[in-house]
Design a protein around this ligand. Sequence first.
Ligand SMILES: [Zn+2]
Length: 304
Amino acid sequence: MKKPLLEAIKDRPLLGDGAMGTQLMIAGLEQGNCGELWNIEHPDRVLGIQRRYAEAGSDCILTNTFGGSRIMLNRHGVADNIVEINAAAVRIVRDAFAAVGRDGYVIGDIGPFGGLMEPYGEFTEQQVRNAFTEQAKALVDAGADAIIIETQTSLEELGIGIEAATEAGAACIIGSMAYDVTLDGSTFRTMMGVDPERAAEFMEEKGAHVVALNCGTRMDMDRAKEAVSRYKAATGLPVMAQPNAGQPKLVNMKVVYDETPEEMVKGVVPLLESGTNILGGCCGSTPDHIRAFRRAMNDYLSVH
Ligand SMILES: [Zn+2]
């Protein structure tokens, strides 16, 4: 029997996965199309990507459901398939682990709902709450080991996400913020002005089990380490980090992340030394990055 995720991270740090969105594009998903629909229309392609992460050594893989809430799926006219799309996503991650003969952790992914709430935007709090609760239930009912509410910039939306995951009965709830380094480079906070200390305190109050960061602007491995240290000073909860593969650059009107596995892997040991419990990558990271992370983590764990 596999230990629950929250037990497993007490024994040793776990390795997450890398980017999904960029990998879907490489597999042929066109800009603006619904990547989550591939869970039911092209499950083989999603499995192909996640299997490469499992082969690279991921212990935890996020479901391909970043935009899998009703509000997001509605934009593509496929909201009626919400349960099917989210359930298929959980199954595909399980299949990816099965394909390499290992039992890993399925982290059900909930991204931002993609709009603004009243009074600034058109969505009511209740609509967002319903959308997150519906998606969280679909993921948990399908057997996800954890729920991550990720790339969050506002505590209001994050809080609704944590409550939704709680309501869905998630065994492990991860809240993950996207920080931007300030122009003068002195610190970082989310677009909505939230700093790591406030986020950590808020998540603990709300009943999240893991505080995390992912994505953001200019949040490389060094900055992620700084964020982990600040989280650790503000809360006793475990910490997860998924930085991007370097800074986004605009090449031929496309955003690219070009930090190589060799460059990025230099930040692995410092992040582990800072107490990171789950380490993965966000935009631009690939199975090659995760393979490099695996080797560095194994070397580190063999002497610690
Ligand atoms: Zn990202």
